[in-house]
Design a protein around this ligand. Structure first.
Ligand SMILES: O=C(O)c1ccccc1N[C@@H]1O[C@H](COP(=O)(O)O)[C@@H](O)[C@H]1O
Length: 223
């Protein structure tokens, strides 16, 4: 069963829709330049609303020690997503300081980028593979752009990862078939405009994922 993280949530309605369809993780973005940014008070309210129905994830970019302490203390999320240029050492430090589970995002554009995964494996609870920030964008993630998933076929099968970057209901079936991820992370692909989650698109995404699972099971039966 694939983990599914719906990211960039800011309303109770979208949280309920994602949980109803089986999202395992819900992401809340703390990054002021993002159209999905929520402040810490808003994030605490959203996390409180989830009430253990899914894992909650604070998405951050090179967070300060103060922010880490507030996310672990005042907000009370389950996971920290590090989506900046955090070194392995900083990731280990963030985990030790907060006691939270940590997901490190790594940008992938070419085969050499896969070499960056191994050093992070021992200091994280999950690795998230995303596309690289396009020129001109001030967002390190949430750009709605995918990378060449065929690169991931070169990865050792015992390296579990979450796949993100430009996933939507039209491409998720192909993404799962090619990349064989342990989980999926989606934000822009379930929005009607930047930062505005669309319940219809959330439903269509999970419908497409169910079709992908059915096709996969049928494929396995024939082999
Ligand atoms: O969504 C954002 O605005 C964002 C801002 C800063 C860091 C990460 C962000 N989002 C993450 O980007 C990926 C992919 O998103 P998309 O599906 O391509 O829109 C996902 O991991 C989000 O958590």
């Amino acid at each position: 069963m694939l983990d599914v993280k719906i990211c960039g949530l800011s309303t109770f309605e979208a949280i309920d829709a994602a949980i109803a369809r089986g999202a395992s993780h819900l992401g809340f973005v703390f990054f002021e330049k993002s159209p999905r940014h929520v402040d810490l008070a808003e994030m605490a309210e959203l996390v409180d609303y989830v009430q253990g129905r899914a894992q909650t994830v604070a998405v951050t970019v090179d967070p300060s020690d103060d922010l880490l302490a507030r996310l672990a203390g005042d907000v009370g999320v389950d996971w920290l997503q590090l989506h900046g240029s955090e070194t392995e050492r900083r990731v280990a430090e963030a985990k030790a300081k907060t006691g939270l589970k940590v997901m490190k995002a790594l940008p992938i554009a070419g085969i050499d980028d896969l070499d960056r995964i191994e050093p992070y494996r021992s200091v994280t609870d999950a690795i998230l593979l995303d596309s690289k920030r396009p020129q001109g964008s001030n967002l390190p993630g949430g750009n709605g752009l995918s990378f060449d998933w065929r690169l991931l076929t070169a990865l050792d099968r015992d390296v579990p990862f979450m796949l993100s970057g430009g996933l939507d209901s039209d491409n998720v079936e192909e993404a799962v078939r090619i990349a064989r991820p342990a989980g999926l992370d989606i934000s822009s692909g379930v929005e009607s405009a930047p930062g505005i989650k669309d319940i219809g698109r959330i439903n269509r995404f999970f419908d497409a994922l169910e079709r992908a699972r059915e096709t996969d099971v049928q494929g396995e039966d024939q082999s």
